[in-house]
Design a protein around this ligand. Structure first.
Ligand SMILES: Nc1ncnc2c1ncn2[C@@H]1O[C@H](COP(=O)(O)OP(=O)(O)OP(=O)(O)O)[C@@H](O)[C@H]1O
Ligand SMILES: [Mg+2]
Length: 457
């Protein structure tokens, strides 16, 4: 069953139930108050008649008094204590015949249904003892058809019935309208999702009205999720195309040298040596590159850091020892205090420092300085070179994947533009920061800020 129909039926049934309950209460209240009023009136009449009887003892006068007080479809009778009827005046013989007279000591009121002329009629009967009248001992009895009550009851039932019907129709119509209003944005969402399922292309939900309700929050959340998906899709395909582009150049070199070897064989020893050398170095480059790609890919996921207490001074000394052996460059480490402890993933922080030193070595020829400091908030590693520097307008881009300022030069130096991207990712994982200050032809200074507290453990 559709949800709109469900809401509609549910609200209407509930409303119908409440209306019927209210109608019953109204009907009962109306009936009891009206009958009570009629009874009061009859008692009042009986009281007046007794007063008149008290005032005069002539039987013809009593009879005419009774006659004068007779209303439509009623009877008045006076009964003696032995039950015999002393007087009886009626304009509805049938009624008088059907109600048996009864003498009473205390006043009473009764309601009865009596069939008169083959019709059910409601009748009230009041009986009042005649007291303090020396010349007449007995009780007075008045019986009256509640004719007005019947018609009023019918009118009331009609009004209640018609208004209930009207309310039900209105409820069905408004229920349909309300459920349509609620369902429109939901149908809109379902359509969009089905579209996405069919085409496989992320698509946003069109928000028609600014309703600021839960449905709009749902649509906004969905749209934000689609935004992120699109961003990730974009990033992924960009990465794949960038990575394959990077691999293409060394592969082309390898292929052309291999072709050369195939065509000319190994006869030309010098050429063969050159080819093998080139193939080896390009293959090494590809190997390094794929390792870096894997690094980037793993850092894209939420990686767990292997945190431990690391002495930055000791770590830098170790790195320098290795680097100096390989590169034969002058790298100086400056620090005033030692040890400098931080809580970090040692291997990853080592990787960051090597990335920075690798850049400093590639993009400068002079000495390189490393400064270590610690304040209350951070431990700071500063790698400073006096090389080519980075143009000011490029600084904002260099953390992006595959971004290189001078593509031609980077080719010579063998960079793929991923180093700083990886460094930034690692620093973010450590809740730290990386900042670059650089001036063209003067040099570059990269600062790493690692939180000094143990909070991240
Ligand atoms: N110390 C530096 N001096 C001058 N330019 C730099 C320096 N460090 C980085 N750059 C510039 O920023 C670019 C991005 O650096 P990044 O380390 O990300 O890539 P890469 O060094 O080219 O390659 P990779 O590090 O992946 O081998 C570099 O290509 C270079 O143009
Ligand atoms: Mg680099």
């Amino acid at each position: 069953m559709r949800i709109t129909l469900k809401i509609n039926l549910l609200t209407t049934t509930w409303m119908l139930f409440i209306l019927i309950l209210i109608n019953i209460v109204v009907f009962i209240l109306f009936m009891t108050t009206t009958v009570n009023m009629e009874e009061d009136r009859a008692f009042q009449k009986a009281g007046d008649l007794i007063k008149n009887i008290r005032a005069n003892d002539r039987s013809d006068q009593i009879e005419s008094d009774l006659k004068n007080n007779l209303t439509e479809n009623s009877y008045i009778r006076i009964l003696q204590p032995d039950g015999r009827i002393l007087y009886e005046i009626t304009n509805e013989k049938e009624l008088a015949k059907k109600v048996k007279g009864k003498y009473v000591h205390t006043r009473e009121a009764k309601r009865r249904n009596i069939e008169i002329d083959e019709k059910e009629k409601q009748v009230i009967i009041v009986r009042v003892p005649i007291e303090n009248v020396p010349h007449l001992k007995g009780s007075i009895e008045i019986g009256e058809e509640l004719e007005g009550l019947e018609t009023r009851k019918d009118i009331l039932l009609l009004i209640l019935g018609v208004s209930t019907m009207l309310a039900v129709i209105l409820s069905l119509l408004s229920g349909k309208w309300i459920s349509n209003m609620i369902m429109r944005p939901i149908s809109n969402m379902i359509n969009t999702m089905e579209d996405i399922e069919r085409s496989g292309v992320p698509k946003k939900i069109r928000i028609l009205n600014d309703t600021k309700d839960e449905l709009q929050t749902l649509a906004n959340t969905f749209n934000r999720m689609i935004d992120r998906l699109e961003e990730n899709f974009e990033k992924q395909s960009q990465f794949v195309s960038d990575a394959s582009h990077e691999l293409k150049t060394p592969l082309t070199v390898i292929k052309s040298y291999a072709n050369l070897l195939r065509r000319q064989g190994l006869e030309d020893k010098e050429l063969a040596d050159e080819a093998i050398q080139a193939i080896h170095s390009e293959a090494t480059r590809i190997q390094k590159m794929t390792e870096t790609f894997l690094d980037v890919a793993s850092l894209e996921k939420e990686v767990e850091l292997d945190l431990e207490i690391v002495d930055l001074a000791l770590l830098c000394q170790d790195i320098l020892k290795q680097m100096k052996k390989v590169y034969k460059r002058e790298i100086t480490l400056h620090f005033e205090q030692s040890p400098i402890f931080v809580v970090a993933d040692e291997l990853k922080i080592k990787q960051v420092i090597i990335i920075l030193l690798d850049n400093a070595i590639k993009y400068s020829n002079d000495t390189i300085d490393i400064f270590l400091e610690k304040n209350d908030v951070n431990a700071i590693v500063r790698v400073k070179d006096y090389g080519i520097g980075i143009p000011e307008e490029e600084i904002k881009n260099i953390f992006e994947r595959f971004y290189r300022v001078d593509k031609a030069r980077s080719r010579e130096t063998g960079g793929s533009g991923l180093g700083l991207h990886i460094a930034k990712k690692i620093m973010t994982l450590h809740k730290g920061e990386i900042k670059i200050r650089s001036k063209e032809r003067e040099g570059t200074e990269v600062e790493l800020f690692l939180p000094a507290s143990l909070e991240i453990v």
